[in-house]
Design a protein around this ligand. Sequence first.
Ligand code: GUN
Length: 295
Amino acid sequence: MNNYELIDGKAIAKEIKREIAMQVAELIDSGKRSPHLVAVIVGEDGASLSYVAGKEKQSREVGFISSVYRLPEETTEKELLEMVSFLNNDIEVDGYIVQLPLPKHINEQKILNAIAPHKDIDGFHPMNIGRMTLGLPSYIPATPLGIKLLLERSGIETQGKHCVVVGRSNIVGTPIAILLSRNAKNANCTVTLCHSKTENLKDICLTADILIVAIGRPAFITADMIKEGAVVVDVGIHRIEDGSEKGYHIVGDVDFENVKHKCSKITPVPGGVGAMTIASLLHNTLMAYRKEIYE
Ligand code: GUN
């Protein structure tokens, strides 16, 4: 039984946004324009609409210019490629994202491949993923960047530690495994990347000093899988219908109530990793504005 500490994603995101807002204020004071972030959304997916609304609101809060292109569900792949080409060439746009998922008739990878790498603030373009893998300057996708920032700003030592990542998605598990294994500051972990075909998952998790869970299954990680004193980072977010007044409650991929007592530190859901993603995107937008990655 440990006196665990919460890793407060909300507070850390707020701190990052305050730092970004101060940098934007300095730019404006020196007569420069604000960074400009654009989001493109195709169709009416509820989760995507609320995510894009959050990006728009938080962009404005830090002083960015924020635009959203809302395209109808029937938009063709060719029309979306034209929009991408337009944004690639618009010198007033520093960075943009095309919100996923896209309607089924559009090939997502084809769209992501067409985004100019220097404006790809999601870090989804193969050029950015390749550069990240090689340790070259690149945009890091929002969720893995958010995890890195949470670990750094919570003073969690990573060097030499065994980090177990559960889930190998292209946007979370695989990039965070790569980033934490690199020979770099706030990295140098020994990383094990587990997935749906992993044997002895429980035994591997029990050896984790840092356990990062992005498997997409509610309360999948239980207390018997946790080493005493581990740091646990929960990327999952699930809405569970219940008989409450609200009608649902939110849980992560970790059985938080039972796991927390074994941890030294743990992220809550909500208010952990999820709270960091937009702050990470704003961070990438400022890098795009400053041309810190691509000249
Ligand atoms: N859909 C869910 N998360 C994301 C994200 O980080 N970027 C984009 N483009 N779409 C998403």
